[in-house]
Design a protein around this ligand. Structure first.
Ligand code: MN
Length: 215
């Protein structure tokens, strides 16, 4: 897919969202889930593949209950550096609203395949076939998940499904609502982000100085 669609939807003089980026890991693939309070609250599920982040918008967020299938709409590829993005996308811009990194970590195919390149090749084939089987190693999500393309839900409709394993649970994981990077909730990020953009200019708020050393 490439990043043309991503870039065409955004005005980088007005949004501080990343433009590019490249993985530094030669051994591991990464995933990230962002919670995004835009016109509608949703979670963005992203998997590193071929140097970009393959992306799905999951309106209700992931479930760790194998009985609860979650709709996941495939959207445009995002640049690798998006994995760290949290802050505010200005009102009126594409996806305007607040973003936090809800979960992140590494992932791999459920089949044992050695080497990042071989894993990516395998996953790209599964992506093309509309049935991805992956194992997540995140802070909130762990174990096996499937992303399965569905018929009758438009061209981009997929389902995100937890497999039965030791990490399956009926507990609502979205209740764990803080960013794994900053510890902020969406509401806190909306109030304290240093990346507020207004009228095409970054309005930087000075980060609060960390207390050094002993308390
Ligand atoms: Mn989004």
């Amino acid at each position: 897919m490439g990043l043309e669609k991503y870039a065409s939807k955004r005005d980088f003089s007005k949004t501080s969202e990343p433009k590019a980026g490249r993985s530094k890991s030669k051994t591991k693939l990464m995933f990230v889930i962002q919670k995004h309070d835009a016109s509608r609250l949703h979670y963005d599920f992203r998997l590193e593949m071929e140097g970009v982040l393959k992306s799905w918008a999951v309106p209700k967020g992931p479930s760790t209950d194998p009985k609860t299938k979650r709709l996941a709409m495939m959207v445009e590829d995002h640049p690798f550096d998006y994995r760290n993005f949290e802050g505010i996308i200005p009102e009126g811009e594409y996806g305007g609203g607040t973003v936090i990194v809800w979960d992140e970590g590494t992932y791999e195919p459920i089949e044992t395949i050695k080497g990042k390149a071989a894993q990516e090749k395998h996953l790209l084939k599964q992506l093309k076939d509309g049935s991805l089987k992956i194992k997540l190693h995140g802070e909130k999500l762990n174990g096996e998940f499937a992303l399965v393309k569905t018929h009758g839900m438009g061209e981009n409709g997929w389902l995100l499904i937890k497999h039965k394993d030791d990490f399956a649970s009926v507990k609502d994981i979205t209740k764990e609502e803080k960013s794994v990077l900053s510890g902020k909730t969406i509401a806190a990020m909306a109030k304290t982000s240093e990346k507020v953009w207004e009228d095409g200019k970054a309005k930087k708020i000075k980060p609060r100085k960390k207390k050094s050393g002993k308390k």
